[in-house]
Ligand binder design. Structure first.
Ligand code: PXP
Length: 238
């Protein structure tokens, strides 16, 4: 059964819409834990559009489950991570103009840079995961870098417009996931997953962690955070 990492970024998005102090993502993280979250995921973006440095520091003190910091492979972010020391860092690509993380990290194209930051983070006692497309060449590159985990991007599966395409994208994830596990990598998946499309993904063999944000926050607005997480957790562990 995969662990559920709840991404609380979009609680901060609502707060930043008014640049006020509420809703506080720190509260959301606590409520997510009450609902059964196995981890709290947050993305400190270079433009600070949602999560702020203060959120990261406070949550480091308050979060009881695994804390997973998503960040770009940059000097600034690496210094912050080594200072705060979350349990896990997921290195993601980042473009300022994008609405959300659009594709996986190009490990092959950025080998030296990713390797340098991944090594510094791992030397600091942080588990490192690379967010990549379900592409065997990228998985092999991640393996060569010696990171412990990969998170396969489920966006193309989630966004598929017809059942045939969705089936193809699902099979791509299954195949890539098996390849990652054969390489000895811990298998994570995430992005674009919802209450409707998560069950098949949660059933993929050897999947260790799912990171889900937008859909949970969207439901939380209607039913409350703890309840929204509880419902997702039930689907993931059924
Ligand atoms: N995993 C990674 C690496 C991400 O960047 C995100 C979005 O921040 C997620 C998972 C969660 O995606 P969603 O909000 O679509 O569930």
């Amino acid at each position: 059964m995969p662990a559920l990492g709840v991404n609380i970024d979009h609680v901060a998005t609502v707060r930043q819409a008014r640049r006020t102090i509420e809703p506080d993502p720190v509260w959301a993280a606590a409520l997510a834990e009450l609902g059964g979250a196995d981890g709290i995921t947050l993305h400190l973006r270079e433009d600070r559009r949602h999560i702020q440095d203060r959120d990261l520091r406070v949550m480091k003190e308050t979060v009881q489950v695994k804390m997973n910091l998503e960040m770009a492979a940059t000097e600034e972010m690496t210094r912050i991570a080594l200072d705060v020391r979350p349990g896990q860092v997921s290195l993601v690509p980042e473009k300022r103009e994008e609405v959300t993380t659009e594709g996986g990290l190009d490990v092959i194209g950025n080998l030296t840079r990713v390797q340098e930051y991944a090594k510094r983070l791992a030397d600091g006692g942080i588990e490192v995961s690379l967010f990549i497309d379900p592409d065997e060449r990228q998985i092999d590159a991640a393996h060569e870098l010696g990171v412990s985990a990969v998170e396969l991007h489920t966006g193309r599966y989630a966004d598929a417009e017809d059942p045939k395409t969705q089936e193809q994208e699902f099979l791509t994830l299954v195949k890539a996931g098996a390849h990652a596990v054969r390489q000895g990598l811990v298998l994570h998946m995430g992005h674009g997953l919802t209450y409707r499309n998560v069950s098949r993904i949660a059933d993929i063999p050897d999947l260790c962690e799912l990171n889900i944000g937008h859909s949970i926050v969207a439901r939380a607005v209607m039913v409350g955070f703890t309840q929204a997480v509880r419902e997702m957790k039930a689907l993931v562990t059924r």
